[in-house]
Design a protein around this ligand. Structure first.
Ligand SMILES: [Zn+2]
Length: 305
């Protein structure tokens, strides 16, 4: 299982990680970072397969041995993967990880823990994990993943070796998408995905992009007319990707289509980042009020002369 064979931008990183593992120099606590849809999960899985494989060759897992088959069936006893859903990661999950690291490998090889969206860890969960990150038991690898590493504690960051997956340039993205789909790629896909290939592909092959464009049209309309904000606020509130949509709308669309002074551009961006920060940090925040206030201020900044 080469795992990243279809994802060529991951190949150099995978090769480096495998080479370090072969030389026994791979850090035991790793943090894979990069935008959503850039391939963190896929790189983590490829590295996991390599670390667990009984007969790896040329930097890749063989895909045939018992370990590879168990992993492919999501059933490897020496692999612990936390779910990548929206729930926060608490102390109980970290205890599970610690217990797992203290056991012995059932397949007589390495053990790997996958911790996706690591920014979901609560403060006490992160604290509970620190010691394990510092001195992971022999043959144990912790692979954390995050698209928002700025939300991780400094003490946690300093204990992990960080590997960043960069987004693709437009031409590289164009090239790769052409190998996946035959239809022409709308400009919107390049811009909205920010160069994250898997995000771009998922936009192309689902109804998502039409829905997102619809929300963007609603936002534009609200700015141009005295229209009520309530409807668009309600739509944004119901989506899990509202911060991405708003980020694109405010920091890309508005800044490129309106002739705003540098000062106003800066204020728009700062206002957006403040909303993001509040959304992540204020527990029990009234989302309706926060969104309405954000959009009202954006409107004032863009429309007022
Ligand atoms: Zn194998």
């Amino acid at each position: 299982m080469t795992a990243t064979g279809d994802l060529p931008w991951l190949t150099p990183l995978q090769a480096k990680l495998s080479a370090l593992a072969e030389q026994q120099q791979l850090a035991h606590a790793l943090l894979l970072t990069g935008m959503p849809g850039v391939g963190k999960t896929q790189l983590a899985k490829a590295l996991t397969a390599f670390l667990l494989c009984k007969m790896p060759a040329h930097g890749h897992a063989c895909g045939q041995c018992k370990s590879c088959l168990l992993l492919a069936a999501n059933n490897h006893p020496d692999w612990l993967a936390l779910a990548a859903d929206n729930s926060s990661i608490g102390v109980d999950e970290i205890r599970r990880i610690i217990e797992f690291t203290q056991g012995t490998a059932q397949q007589h090889g390495n053990r790997v823990i996958s911790l996706p969206r690591a920014e979901r860890m609560t403060e006490s969960a992160a604290n509970a994990l620190l010691k394990t990150l510092e001195e992971p038991p022999q043959g144990c690898y912790l692979v954390l993943q995050s698209s928002q590493p700025q939300r991780l504690k400094a003490t946690l960051l300093s204990r992990c070796q960080r590997w960043d997956i960069a987004p693709l340039t437009k031409s590289a993205l164009q090239q790769w998408l052409a190998t996946q789909v035959s239809e022409p790629i709308p400009e919107f896909i390049y811009r909205y995905s920010g160069g994250a290939p898997l995000a771009a592909l998922s936009l192309l092959t689902s109804a998502e992009s039409a829905q997102i464009e619809q929300v963007l049209r609603q936002l534009t309309e609200v700015l141009q007319t005295p229209a009520d904000l309530a409807a668009v606020v309600k739509v944004l509130e119901s989506r899990t990707d509202s911060s991405h949509i708003l980020g694109y709308f405010i920091c890309e669309l508005l800044l490129s289509t309106h002739s705003l002074s540098a000062e106003r551009q800066l204020r728009l961006q700062q206002r957006y980042y403040r909303w993001c920060r509040d959304e992540q940090q204020i527990l029990g925040q009234n989302k309706t009020l926060a969104l309405t206030a954000l959009l009202q201020e954006v409107k004032t900044l863009v429309v007022a002369r």
